[in-house]
Design a protein around this ligand. Structure first.
Ligand code: AMP
Ligand code: GLY
Length: 421
C-alpha cells in the first residue's frame, strides 16, 4: 500500500521512516515533508498541511491507502473530518476530539469530570480576577495560555510579579492572540517529568514505552523553554508502578470521558506527566505524537507501524512489542539563538557514513543539492546503547567531529537518568 504522512518535522521523518520499513508499504509520501527525508526513500509532496482540498485530491489520485497526521494544527483545523467526509481513511483525532490539546481549559474540565489527577487550577478571561487568584495562591505558580501557542504559552513563574505580568501579557496585551484570551492558572508541581503516549481507538488504549523530553534550551535545564532539545527511553528513575498508575488513572479515563462527551478519540494520545509524591499528575495532553519523543520511541517499536495503523483503522485488535534491552537517545541540533531569533542557511554536515547513528531532519531545505538549515530545531541524532552512556558516546563522538558552526546542542541529554536518587 501507499501511505501519506502530513507534516514536515523530525517527528514526521521518524513516522515516515518507520512506515517505509514495513513490507506492507510500497511508498511513503510526506506533505510537505523536508528534503532531509529523501535519504530514507520518503517522497515529498509539495502541498501545505493546511490545504485539505489539495491533499484529498492527491490521496485520491495516488490511491493512498491511508493518511497519518503528525502535527496538531491540521488536526485542530479538521483535516481528519475533511478526509473522512471525502471517504478517505486517515489516522488521527477529529477536530472535536483534538480539543483535548487545543484548549487547556477543556482538558481541565475533562480531567475534573473523570477524576484524573492534575494540578489544581482555575480558568480566567478577566485579568483582575486572575490577579486576585494569583495573589491568593502565591508563587511559584504556572500561567498557561488556553489555546495553541507552539509550546511557548506556558510560564512557570517563580515570583508573584512574574505571574501577574504573564497573566497581563496574555489577557491584556494579547501576547498569544486568541490563544491567550483565556488562561489557566495552575498549581506548581514538583517532580520528574515524563511523556506517556498511546495508540487510542475510542475507549481502547494501547500504551507505548515512556520517554523523557528536555524542554529547556541549555544544559542542566537552564535557559528558555523550547519545543524539546532531546529525549530518551526508557526512563529508569520512573518506576513501572507509576507508569501503570498513569495508564489506569489518566489514559483510560481520558479516552472514556472523551467518548462520553461525544468527542470519541482515535489517534495518538500524549500525556505529559509529573511524577509527584502523590503519584503521576497531568501537566498537558496532546492529540499527536511528541517531538522529539517520537524519534526515540518509534525506533524501540519492534512491531510493524504500518500494520498497527492499518489494523486500528480496520477495527482489529493490535499488539505492541518493544525492544526490552538497552535504550534509545536523541540529541537535537538547533540554530544558534533558538528559541529566539536565529540565522538560516547554515550548511549541514553529511552523516551518510555514520552507521552507528540515525539522523532525523526538521528545519532544513535544499540549496544547490546541499542541505542547509531553515528552522530553529534543525535535526536530531539518535542512537541505541546498552546504557545511556553508550548511546551518549555514540552521538556526541559523531557530533564532536562534524561542522556545527552557528548551531548548538545540549551535551547532557539523558544524564538525569544517571544521577543517584
Ligand atoms: P507545556 O507546554 O504544557 O508542556 O509546559 C511546558 C513546561 O512547563 C513543562 O514541560 C513543565 O516543565 C512546565 N510545567 C507545566 N505545567 C507545570 C506545572 N503545573 N508545574 C510545574 N511545571 C509545569
Ligand atoms: N515534546 C513535547 C511536545 O511534542 O509537545
Amino acid at each position: 500500500m501507499k501511505c501519506l504522512v502530513i507534516g514536515s518535522g523530525g517527528r514526521e521523518h521518524a513516522v515516515s521512516k518507520k512506515l517505509a520499513a514495513s513490507p506492507l508499504v510500497e511508498a511513503v509520501y510526506c506533505a510537505p515533508g523536508n528534503p532531509g527525508m529523501k535519504k530514507d526513500g520518503i517522497r515529498l509532496v509539495d502541498l501545505a498541511e493546511t490545504d485539505h482540498e489539495k491533499l484529498i485530491g492527491f490521496a485520491q489520485t495516488e490511491g493512498i491507502a491511508w493518511t497519518f497526521v503528525g502535527p496538531e494544527v491540521p488536526l485542530l483545523n479538521g483535516i481528519v473530518d475533511d478526509f473522512q467526509a471525502a471517504g478517505l481513511a486517515i489516522f488521527g483525532p477529529t477536530k472535536s476530539a483534538a480539543l483535548i490539546e487545543g484548549s487547556k481549559s477543556f482538558a481541565k474540565e475533562l480531567m475534573a469530570r473523570q477524576g484524573i489527577p492534575t494540578a489544581d487550577s482555575q480558568t480566567f478571561t478577566s485579568f483582575s480576577e486572575a490577579r486576585t487568584y494569583i495573589e491568593a495562591k502565591g508563587a511559584p505558580i504556572v500561567i498557561k495560555a488556553d489555546g495553541l501557542a507552539a509550546g511557548k504559552g506556558v510560564v512557570v513563574a517563580e515570583t508573584l510579579e512574574d505571574a501577574v505580568n504573564a497573566a497581563s501579557e496574555m489577557l491584556e496585551n494579547d501576547r498569544f492572540g486568541a490563544s491567550g484570551q483565556r488562561i489557566v492558572v495552575e498549581e506548581f508541581l514538583s517532580g520528574e517529568e515524563f511523556s506517556l503516549l498511546a495508540f487510542v481507538r475510542d475507549t481502547e488504549v494501547y500504551p507505548m514505552v515512556i520517554s523523557q523530553d528536555h524542554k529547556r534550551a541549555y544544559n542542566e535545564d537552564k535557559g528558555p523553554n523550547t519545543g524539546g532539545m532531546g529525549a530518551y527511553t526508557p526512563v529508569p528513575q520512573i518506576p513501572q508502578s507509576v507508569v501503570d498508575q498513569a495508564i489506569e488513572e489518566v489514559l483510560k479515563p481520558a479516552a472514556q470521558g472523551m467518548k462520553e462527551l461525544g468527542r470519541s478519540f482515535t489517534g495518538i494520545l500524549y500525556a505529559g506527566l509529573i511524577a509527584t509524591t502523590d503519584g503521576p499528575k497531568v501537566i498537558e495532553f496532546n492529540a499527536r505524537f511528541g517531538d522529539p519523543e517520537t524519534q526515540v520511541v518509534l525506533p524501540r517499536l519492534k512491531s510493524d507501524l504500518a500494520e498497527i495503523i492499518d489494523r486500528l483503522l480496520s477495527d482489529k485488535p493490535i499488539e505492541l512489542t518493544w525492544e526490552t534491552e538497552g535504550c534509545r537517545l536523541g540529541v537535537v541540533v538547533a540554530a544558534e539563538g533558538y528559541p529566539g531569533t536565529y540565522q538560516k542557511g547554515t550548511l549541514l554536515p553529511d552523516f551518510s557514513s555514520d552507521t552507528e547513528v540515525s539522523v532525523y531532519y526538521a528545519g532544513v531545505e535544499e540549496e544547490s543539492g546541499d542541505l542547509v538549515s531553515s528552522g530553529g530545531r534543525i535535526y536530531l541524532v539518535e542512537a541505541s546503547g546498552q546504557t545511556i552512556e553508550e548511546a551518549q558516546e555514540k552521538i556526541y563522538s559523531v557530533l564532536k567531529v562534524k561542522n556545527t558552526d552557528h548551531t548548538f546542542y545540549r551535551t547532557d541529554i539523558g544524564s538525569k537518568s544517571l544521577m543517584p536518587k
